[in-house]
Each structure stands twice: as structure tokens, then as C-alpha cells.
Design a protein around this ligand. Structure first.
Ligand code: ZN
Ligand code: ZN
Length: 293
């Protein structure tokens, strides 16, 4: 490793350390939720559901939800999602912790990719399950898995401006046609540090209007701080634009390891308050209930 890389690694360790020192107190955690928690079934998360629950209890959260990746129909990749025949196992894993843990509410959710032309089939596969909420997500741009950290070489030759434009077009389409309750990590397009030189205000405004019109909530997601983006999803201006139009907001860590449950929620709460969020959206049986933040 060269000295530049060593310095960057040391800086990352320092950032992680300062972040862990800023953990919220239990009282502050008790009025929040963490709705974005994965399980080992997706092939890129570790730990048992009980380990995630233990961490949530330790931090003082009183309500969490699992929302693993819905099986993809157009591609089978063991490192991306569970297989279609593993959905019943996922439901059982969540049911087991729901039944064994009495000290907190544990919701049963799912994170569904919006893939144009396939949603009827996806919803058919999801129909037997009584989810408390369904996240919509855009990890794909016309078949390109831009979110996949294992294949960053696929970014070579891609134009950031085109990525942003297409991402937000698909985002609005997903809001209109996806049938989702919440849009996860609303500006995931920036995950690997991509920035556009185009003005984003118009993209944010159209996205926010679609969300308001179709009454779809958004998620403030802290995982961007752990990625090259180095900021929360969505950007403050995007969040403000949504809040101004009355879009409901919920919260998730996108935990793929137990210690990530509730991670960086101090920053997430500050971000929400700066944007004017006063209530947090909670879900049960796909019904939304707002709770004071
Ligand atoms: Zn994942
Ligand atoms: Zn995601």
C-alpha cells in the first residue's frame, strides 16, 4: 500500500472513531425507527436477525424493521439478493425474532428494485407476504447495476450528467408506477462519489412533486456516510424540497452488519431537523402513522 492509501485508511478509521463517540443517547433513539435492515440471505450482509435486534435494543431503539432485498427476476446473483425460493425463509427469520423479542416492535418490510416492465411479476411474487412496508429502490439504470460496489470498473466511460438525468427520470417513474410505500436512499446515484455539473433543483422538484402526488414517503438513509458519497441520502436540498411539499419521511441505516443498526442517526436527525422535518413516518400493515420526531 502506498503512503496516500495508508493516510486515507487512517483518516477513515479516525472518522469512524469520532462517529462512534457521537452516538445518540438512549432517550433520543427511543423516538426513532430503523426501517432499513438486511439479513444474511442477501449474500452481502452478515449476522443473524437476533444480532441486529440486540444492537437495536442496546442503542435504545424501540421500533425497527427488516427490509431485505427482494429477489431479482432478471438476474440471479447470490451476492445481491436472496433466491426467489428463499422468500419464505426470510419471512420465517423475521417472524422468529418478532415472536421471541417482546421489548420492541419489529416490522416486516422488503426493499424492491424498480425494474421497468417487470413489476407485475415482482408484485405477484410478493403477494403472499403481509409486509408492513415496501421500499422502492433504484440500484439499476437500464440494466446497469451502478450500486454494485464489486464492479466499479463498470463506471469507466459513463457520463455523470447522463446518470443523474436517467436516475431521476426512473425515480419519478418508480414513484408513479412502482406501488411502493417509501423510496429508499432517494439520491443513491451519488453512492460512489459521482457528481453532476447540471443544476439539480429541477430534478429534485420533479421528484418531490411525484412523491407528493402519489403519497409516497422517502427515507433518510445514513449509509451514504459509509460510502464514497460521504453524505446522507437524500442531500439536504432534496430533502427540503420534499418536506416543503408535505412528503412523509422515515429513517433507516441500511445495516448490512449488526453494529450498523442506528448508525449515524445523530447526523440523520440533525439533517432532518434542518430540512424542517417534525414527524417521522412509521408503518404497520402498509398503513402510515406519523410520530413526532
Ligand atoms: Zn444490500
Ligand atoms: Zn438499497
Amino acid at each position: 500500500m502506498d503512503s496516500g492509501r495508508l493516510k486515507r485508511a487512517a483518516k477513515r478509521r479516525m472518522l469512524r472513531w469520532t462517529r462512534s463517540m457521537r452516538e445518540l443517547d438512549r432517550d433520543s433513539y427511543s423516538c426513532l425507527v430503523d426501517y432499513h435492515i438486511h439479513t444474511r440471505l442477501c449474500g452481502h450482509a452478515i449476522g443473524e436477525p437476533a444480532d441486529y435486534v440486540r444492537e437495536a435494543i442496546r442503542k435504545g431503539l424501540t421500533e425497527i424493521g427488516f427490509s431485505d432485498h427482494m429477489p431479482l427476476l432478471h438476474i440471479r446473483d447470490e451476492g445481491l439478493t436472496m433466491a426467489p425460493d428463499e422468500l419464505p425463509i426470510y419471512a420465517e427469520l423475521v417472524r422468529d425474532v418478532q415472536e421471541s423479542v417482546e421489548s420492541m416492535e419489529i416490522r416486516f418490510g422488503i426493499e424492491m428494485d424498480y425494474i421497468a416492465g417487470q413489476m407485475d411479476e415482482v408484485w405477484e411474487a410478493a403477494a403472499p407476504y403481509e409486509f408492513d412496508y415496501v421500499y422502492g429502490a433504484l440500484h439499476y439504470l437500464d440494466g446497469w447495476d451502478f450500486g454494485d460496489s464489486r464492479r466499479l470498473s463498470s463506471y469507466v466511460g459513463k457520463n455523470p450528467d447522463d446518470m443523474y438525468v436517467r436516475y431521476f427520470e426512473l425515480f419519478c417513474e418508480a414513484v408513479e408506477k412502482g406501488g411502493f410505500d417509501i423510496m429508499a436512499h432517494p439520491d443513491l446515484v451519488k453512492k460512489h462519489g459521482v457528481r453532476t455539473s447540471l443544476p439539480v433543483d429541477e430534478m429534485y422538484r420533479e421528484a418531490a412533486e411525484a412523491l407528493a402526488e402519489h403519497d409516497v414517503a422517502i427515507e433518510v438513509n445514513s449509509s451514504g456516510l459509509r460510502k464514497k458519497a460521504q453524505e446522507l441520502y437524500p442531500a439536504l436540498d432534496f430533502l427540503k424540497t420534499c418536506v416543503e411539499r408535505g412528503v412523509a419521511v422515515t429513517l433507516g441505516s441500511d445495516a448490512h452488519a449488526p453494529q450498523q443498526v442506528g448508525m449515524d442517526f445523530d447526523l440523520a436527525v440533525k439533517h432532518m431537523k434542518r430540512a424542517g422535518v417534525t414527524e417521522i413516518a412509521t408503518f404497520q400493515g402498509r398503513k402510515r402513522v406519523m410520530r413526532p420526531l
